[in-house]
Design a protein around this ligand. Structure first.
Ligand SMILES: [Zn+2]
Ligand SMILES: [Zn+2]
Length: 279
């Protein structure tokens, strides 16, 4: 597997994929929102396949190297098997090894949100401790409140999120937060209440690691289509519009983990619409 890297000014983003799985069709969830599937199949063959438009979901995680710190963004499905991804076993640790990085090298773990396909490697369950022994873990307060406040608390939260707090390594953020001279956590709520994206800015260049604020080429070209996995569908639509407007206005590149690896790209205008173009 080749290691893919993208340079944003003085910041390096490295793709460390956790793997991919084939799911039923991307949940567009409505006959009132017809999708021209043929166009998507042709433009994004690594995301859509078959007569039933199965969704090939890639599960990207990223290393961000900036100002001497190494930040790991999102933590995949973990050891697995992860039932919602057809029993997938995550490959993040192999990807990190291939990139020459050990768990001890990670300074910060940035969790875009608290869904099970983004926090699965947070804890080494066999050893009974956080997987990345030197790292601070960063999550939004509202995701903590939402997922730990459920009755019952979802099992994955008890396995992969609560132990971080018990170990004293979890930092809960609220509002837009500057993490380092080049990294800013921005609030992109709707997919979950405390969903965040990571803005990278250095030497006049910008990129945004979107998390699940964007999940598919369809959510870029048709942000108005409700996505069944969003916690608050209306807020998620609002967030997608605002984020895409900002990406365009500030000429940001985008990093979208659920697109085909490495998920590096830009949003371009074509015949009046917006499209994801891979870089
Ligand atoms: Zn999610
Ligand atoms: Zn996801």
């Amino acid at each position: 597997m080749a290691i893919h890297r993208m340079q944003v000014g003085n910041v390096e983003i490295v793709s460390v994929p956790d793997g991919a799985a084939s799911l039923p069709a991307w949940p567009v969830n409505s006959a009132s929102n017809p999708v021209d599937w043929a166009v998507y199949h042709e433009a994004y063959p690594e995301n859509f396949h078959g007569p039933d438009h199965h969704w090939r979901i890639h599960n990207g995680c990223y290393l961000v190297r900036s100002a001497g710190r190494t930040t790991l963004v999102d933590l995949g499905v973990g050891v697995g098997p992860y039932p919602r991804y057809a029993g997938m076993h995550g490959s993040l640790l192999d990807s990190l090894a291939e990139a020459g990085v050990t768990p001890e090298d990670i300074d910060d773990v940035f969790l875009t949100h608290s869904h099970p396909d983004h926090v699965g490697w947070a804890v080494d369950e066999e050893a009974g401790r956080p997987r990345f022994p030197r790292a601070r873990y960063i999550l939004h307060q509202k995701d903590w409140d939402e997922f730990t406040g459920r009755d019952p608390v979802p099992p994955f939260v008890n396995r992969f999120v609560r132990p971080l707090q018990a170990a004293g390594v979890l930092d809960l953020l609220e509002g837009e937060s500057t993490l380092s001279p080049h990294l800013t956590a921005i609030e992109t709520p709707g997919h979950t209440p405390g969903h965040m994206s990571l803005l990278v800015a250095s030497a006049g260049e910008k990129a945004v690691i979107t998390g699940d604020a964007l999940t598919s080429p369809i959510s870029i070209s048709r942000p108005d289509i409700p996505f069944a996995s969003d916690f608050d569908m209306d807020q998620a639509i609002e967030t997608r519009h605002a984020l895409l407007d900002r990406i365009e206005a500030e000429r940001m590149r985008v990093v979208v983990g659920h697109l085909a690896e490495p998920g590096f790209g830009e949003v371009v205008r074509l015949e009046g619409g917006r499209w994801f173009r891979a870089l």
